[in-house]
Ligand binder design. Structure first.
Ligand code: SAH
Length: 387
């Protein structure tokens, strides 16, 4: 007997409108175990499709198929194969990129990133976690990696009642993996680095920013220096800042490994440092603001807005006229139009005129699924301070 979950009218409406998630409040009856792939029934027993079931998360169901289609092994394999084929066609200028971007590949709560010969996998719900052994087998079969690491320590797993663990599933995975992105070589630590090691979603924005970079560059929130190193060839001098000492060490090591001599990295709080630059009359011709997500949830939106406003206002003040500001937000809870408003506010307060050169988002290997706003999280504006 298949496991079954029956949902409410409201849940059914949501599915009809195209969203693949059903919240707990819209669950009527459950005859299923945590992590089961279940048949979803509407309030009048109509079969709506199959989904991954979680008994802990607010997201109780993640739809895999609609109508009569079965979410069997063949379907999983086919979707994985399609996700991989799509990435191959993109001709990404990097040996590190995202192979599977969860809902946007119709593989909810599954992330797969490629770092050279190795894969790093995250299973972020009870459903995909249960399937992890099979997922590893399918990936081994389809990609033939030298090793597969499960980087299952993101906090969201706690919401699913899942433990945080990092383990090698296939082959072996070294402590450091060398990858090349936009011609720059990085040493990636897949076990401890942020996300799965690198911020792969910014690759195309770094490349785009290169077209406008010039003069003295400030790369605030630099992490491993990816913006700094990509833009350095076009800039006279590069100042990279990150609050973490580890990050500063990595920036310096990456700069020297790539023979980039004009980058200076220091440990600093960007909020304080921008004020300091303002007071001491330092000026930059290019500034990159790529902060961590200030709004991790709805409750944090107000505080986050003032954080984004503050850094953008101060950056615009110390940006020379004719200079370029690359400003990003990866908070899903601050949507594109709100982010635009915040930056516009900052420009008004700074009494500067700003033009928009490019309105960008996360890289193409992290696609946005229409109708699922949660999949559109990274905004990146490339601006020019005219006066
Ligand atoms: N720009 C990077 C990604 C940045 S991630 C890239 O392209 O890969 C955000 C970084 O901001 C993290 O490395 C974190 O250590 C740093 N950070 C967080 N708060 C900070 C603060 N107040 N001042 C400086 N750095 C900060």
């Amino acid at each position: 007997m298949p496991s079954i979950v029956q949902i409410t009218h409201r849940g059914e409406d949501r599915i009809r409108r195209g969203h693949p998630w059903i919240y707990r409040a819209d669950i009527q009856e459950v005859d299923a175990m945590p992590g089961d792939t279940v048949v979803v029934l509407g309030p009048r027993q109509r079969r709506l499709g199959e989904a991954l079931f979680s008994d802990r998360s607010q997201i109780a169901l993640r739809l895999l198929t609609r109508g009569e289609t079965q979410a069997d092994a063949a379907l999983w394999r086919e979707r994985l194969a399609r996700a991989l084929a799509f990435r191959e066609r993109l001709q990404i200028d990097s040996t590190a990129y995202r192979l599977v971007h969860a809902d946007a590949d119709l593989l909810p709560s599954l992330i797969v990133d490629r770092y050279g010969e190795y894969l790093v996998v995250q299973t972020l719900s009870q459903g995909t976690d249960r399937l992890l052994p099979q997922i590893a087998e399918w990936l081994q079969d389809l990609v033939h990696p030298a090793g597969i690491l499960a980087r299952n320590d993101p906090k969201v797993r706690l919401l699913e009642g899942l433990e945080q663990k990092v383990e090698v599933l296939r082959g072996s995975v070294p402590e450091r993996i060398a990858v090349v992105e936009n011609g720059i070589r990085y040493e990636v630590d897949p076990r401890h680095g942020q996300k799965t090691g690198l911020f792969l979603d910014q690759r195309e924005n770094r490349r785009a920013a290169l077209q406008y970079a010039h003069g003295r560059l400030l790369d605030a929130f630099s992490y491993n220096g990816a913006f700094a190193l990509t833009l350095a060839p076009r800039c006279r001098e590069v100042v990279a800042l990150d609050i973490s000492e580890d990050a500063v060490e990595r920036i310096t090591a990456n700069a020297s490994a790539n023979g980039v001599a004009n980058v200076t990295a220091s440990a600093a709080n960007v909020f304080d440092e921008l004020r300091h630059f303002e007071r001491t009359n330092e000026r930059f011709e290019t500034i990159v603001l790529d902060p961590p997500a200030f709004a991790k949830n709805k409750a944090a939106v107000d505080k986050a807005m003032s954080g984004y406003k503050d850094i953008n206002l101060r950056a615009l003040r110390i940006l020379s006229p004719g200079g370029t500001l690359v400003t990003c937000s990866c908070s899903y809870n601050i949507d594109e139009s709100l982010f635009f408003d915040i930056v516009q506010d900052a420009a008004a307060d700074a009494h500067v005129s700003v033009t928009v050169l490019e309105k960008r988002m996360q890289a193409r290997d992290h696609p946005v699924l229409l109708g699922v706003p949660e999949t559109y999280y990274l905004k990146c504006l490339i601006l020019r301070r005219v006066e």
